[in-house]
Design a protein around this ligand. Structure first.
Ligand SMILES: Cc1cc2nc3c(=O)[nH]c(=O)nc-3n(C[C@H](O)[C@H](O)[C@H](O)COP(=O)(O)O)c2cc1C
Ligand code: SF4
Length: 689
């Protein structure tokens, strides 16, 4: 085993946090999972895997202190009663077994939640509209409510201690209740909790003191806090009121977990945000407190991490997404193999779980969320179940991941790719403006495949049925991806456009990827609704085209609302000069005029355009699969024992699904899977009353 590079020694120093000590500086900051109170065993094993991977601190997601605050339909965590204490024990015990500290982020939602589960009126500093647009308002807290809140927060801290947590948070950011008390624009109270800075910070001060008093002898008390006042352009902090409050409270808690005002920068996608993007916000923070400081920045490079610590920006390297993409990131640095890190690509698919209330998943890490229910470990995999050989056709994300994981299992694998370049859609899409980091999906896998002597890669090898029969392998996986449709079929047109737009003036994303670009005014029709059409519009502007972006959705790159970067996509396209037409589909195009139809009425409008780019829907490339299936059924000589189509060749979807499909194929080859009960499901059980 290689040893770690001494440049990174500093990352492995133990750091004291009040009464507890973290074994190193790798700190998994709070992040949701879409599992929370609803799926305690899934979430516990997921956190335990990070502890096993070397993180010195592993935190929960936001954790409701009491039924007076819930975030339905998203299952946050909760610490309402002894049942919750028991659920959290699953996590804390496992973290401790691996030498990690366990942290819990006590949370009160305020007007960001509507309490759709408990149906209690949300409480906040004032009576305000729900921040997420639900038709509910909060009740302004009176002094009795504040007393109750303090008692409930204290009780939750005691339950957290009983559950085995080492670090207990006061969560004072992200526009939840405590943050709102601090905010001079929102806090217009006239009592001792409003008005002056001293009054606005009173609740936070009291909650820190209460928590210290209740559990501070055995647990560290952390505060998650926004240190800037917002409003400046990216990377240009405006420091004022928040920094003054920070200075006033600097020595109270045991640890500061620092965030910034703009969540879309804090959790920015790689399309708009670079690694370490919070550094300018942090530069003066650490000099104002003697307590350890942690912050985030989608850190995947050990050089950046060590540099931030050495230059005194932070004490701990905070990470949400890098720990999701690679739970074993610290161990890989420690073992001197940073090239094995599965780097986060900044796509925020993980965050879509939060937005859409489903269990966490990750583009880079197919095992994320599957640790308990499928028993998948991100680094380990069962050895092969036979000496059979496997041919994978197509080296896109699915084929690369299948080959990597089968190779790790010890199978003899042939990976055939029709083109010169590996990576399929990932390679193509990563050449679009802003998406270059997505190539990490390919690069990680190609790097791992280079180490596997049992996997052969054949480039420029487009295989037909006869070629495969001639090879005579045991198993074939068809991972040939999908093609974008040229006929407009999709959500808006549920049958092909009639008449079809002229071929020489119609483009698909595949045309653009292969270098066939339109010239002149171009309509980009985004019926797909995620990132691709927006990125294509960006590319075409850079190509010199005048671009008109048309979508039947109410938002540009509609589904990106779930990954948190939709407003930035809209702003970016608008600033590039793209003409944006929402709530409309392209009814027809004759090469000169596009007729647009309103998504709600029969109204139509015509616009002049030279070309049309259709981003509507894909067709799986599965011809070879059916031919092989016939060959197997007919017992043709050389036919494999099994054929499967996987990834986009089976059902086109996001890249995370493509990676998952390749991984699943590799995991399940030669394994007995009960197709009626393919996984354990974390359910709510109840006792007879
Ligand atoms: C999936 C996901 C869920 C998150 N949930 C929480 C949360 O529950 N509480 C919180 O304080 N921050 C939450 N965050 C924000 C992260 O703690 C962190 O500030 C942000 O992701 C930037 O750090 P990173 O670049 O290391 O990902 C979440 C982030 C992600 C990606
Ligand atoms: S889903 Fe994307 S952003 Fe989230 S951790 Fe994985 S690679 Fe990173």
């Amino acid at each position: 085993m290689t040893t770690r590079d001494p440049r990174y020694d500093i990352l492995f120093e133990p750091i004291k946090i009040g009464p507890v000590t973290a074994k190193n500086r790798f700190y998994q900051v709070p992040h949701c999972t879409g599992m929370g109170w609803l799926r305690p065993r899934m979430v516990a094993d997921m956190r335990a895997t990070k502890a096993e991977g070397g993180w010195g601190v592993v935190c929960t997601e936001y954790c409701s202190i009491h039924p007076s605050t819930d975030d339905m339909p998203t299952p946050s965590h909760s610490l309402w009663d002894s049942g919750d204490v028991k659920a959290h024990r699953l996590m804390t015990d496992k973290c401790h077994e691996h030498g990690a500290l366990a942290g819990v982020e006590l949370w009160v939602g305020g007007s960001r939640v509507s309490n759709l589960y408990t149906r209690e009126p949300p409480l906040d500093v004032a009576s305000m509209p729900n921040w997420n647009g639900d038709p509910y308002q909060s009740r302004a807290m009176d002094k009795y409510d504040i007393q109750q809140l303090r008692r409930r927060h204290r009780d939750a801290a005691l339950r957290a201690r009983d559950a085995g947590f080492d670090i207990i948070y006061v969560y004072a950011t992200h526009r939840y209740l405590i943050d709102n008390f601090l905010n001079p624009q929102i806090n217009n109270r006239t009592d001792e909790y409003g008005g002056s800075q001293e009054n606005r910070m009173r609740l936070l001060r009291e909650l820190i003191e209460d928590t210290m008093e209740a559990v501070g002898d055995t647990c560290a008390v952390a505060v998650r806090y926004t240190v800037d006042d917002g409003g400046g352009p990216d990377g240009t902090p405006v420091h004022g009121d928040r920094m003054e409050i920070f200075e006033a409270l600097a020595e109270l808690p045991d640890l500061w977990d620092i965030n910034i005002w703009d969540y879309s920068l804090e959790m920015g996608t790689s399309r708009f945000t670079r690694e370490g993007a919070l550094e300018d916000y942090m530069s003066t923070v650490r000099s104002k407190t003697t307590k350890p400081v942690v912050t985030v920045g989608r850190f995947t490079s050990p050089d950046t991490m060590a540099s931030q610590v050495k230059r005194g920006i932070v004490d701990f390297v905070g990470a949400a997404r890098p720990s999701i993409a690679d739970p074993f990131l610290p161990q890989k640095i420690e073992q001197g193999r940073p090239e094995d890190i599965r780097e986060c690509i900044g796509c925020n698919i993980c965050y879509t779980g939060d937005s859409k209330h489903y269990p966490l998943r990750c583009t880079q890490n197919p095992a994320m969320g599957e640790e308990w229910r499928r028993g998948w470990h991100p680094e380990n995999i069962d050895v092969k179940g036979s000496d059979d050989s496997v041919l994978i056709v197509g080296a896109g994300p699915t084929g690369l991941e299948a080959a990597r994981a089968l190779g790790q299992r010890g199978y003899t694998v042939m990976l055939a790719e029709a083109t010169r370049e590996l990576g399929g859609r990932v390679s193509a899409e990563s050449k679009l403006p802003g998406l270059s980091e997505w190539a990490r999906v390919r690069d990680y896998r190609v790097g791992q495949l280079d180490k596997l002597h049992n996997v052969e890669i054949y480039r420029e090898s487009e295989l037909g049925l006869d070629d495969i029969l001639a090879v005579g392998v045991d198993h074939v996986a068809i991972a040939t991806g999908a093609s974008w449709r040229r006929d407009g079929y999709g959500n808006y047109h549920q049958c092909p456009m009639d008449p079809l737009p002229p071929e020489d003036k119609t483009f698909t994303p595949d045309d653009l990827f292969s270098g066939r670009l339109p010239s002149g005014t171009t309509v980009v029709f985004d019926d797909d609704g995620f990132y691709l059409a927006g990125a294509i519009a960006d590319k075409l502007v850079k190509n010199g085209n005048e671009v008109i972006y048309v979508t039947p959705h109410a938002l540009v790159s509609n589904w990106s609302d779930n990954s948190g970067d939709q407003p930035r996509v809209h702003k970016h396209l608008a600033e590039l000069g793209v003409k944006i037409i929402l709530n409309h589909g392209v009814d027809s195009f004759d090469g000169e005029t596009a007729v647009l139809g309103c998504a709600f009425t029969e109204a139509q409008q015509s616009i002049a355009a030279d070309n049309l780019v259709l981003v509507t829907c894909r067709t799986p490339r599965d011809e070879l699969y059916y031919k092989l299936l016939d060959a197997i059924e007919e017992g043709v000589e050389g036919a494999p024992k099994s054929v499967k189509r996987i990834g986009d060749a089976e059902a086109p979807a996001i890249i995370a699904a493509a990676i998952y499909a390749g991984h699943k194929y590799a995991r399940e080859l030669d394994c007995e899977i009960d197709r009626d009960n393919p996984a354990k499901y974390d359910r709510v059980f109840f006792e007879d009353s």
